[in-house]
Design a protein. Structure first.
Length: 129
């Protein structure tokens, strides 16, 4: 059986809903839908700032299992307002300009918390790691 390495971000939803922030199985790393929450529970209003916070949480989770932004092969961005696409896309470019993973951005009716304007998932493959 392949070793499974779980990453927890400390979210209260992880134990309650039975999921991990990230999971590495072999060379594959999956990062769960990541919301723009600061440790104190606050959430910035700006969509670009929210996206940057999501990416900070994602890159920290990746690092815990020996991966980084350049290992990311797919991202999925869920936004609640099409007007936020450029701000969220620009934040994505700040992190992934070199890796250029395949990416999907979808407008959804709502996210779990009404303050959230964006939620982001990522997948990575660690070659030789």
């Amino acid at each position: 059986m392949t070793d499974r390495r779980h990453v927890s971000s400390g979210s209260p939803f992880e134990p309650r809903y039975g999921f991990s922030r990230a999971l590495r199985v072999g060379d594959r790393v999956l990062v769960a839908g990541t919301a723009p929450i600061w440790p104190d529970g606050s959430c910035p209003d700006d969509a670009g700032a929210q996206a940057r916070r999501c990416f900070a949480i994602i890159t920290a989770a990746l690092a815990e299992v020996g991966a980084g932004p350049d290992d990311v092969v797919r991202t999925r961005m869920f936004i609640t307002d099409p007007a936020d696409a450029d701000a969220v896309g620009a934040a994505h470019g700040e992190v992934f300009a070199a890796a250029r993973p395949v990416a999907t951005m979808v407008v959804v009716a709502a996210l779990l918390d009404p303050r959230w304007r964006v939620e982001i998932e990522a997948e990575a493959i660690v070659v030789g790691g």
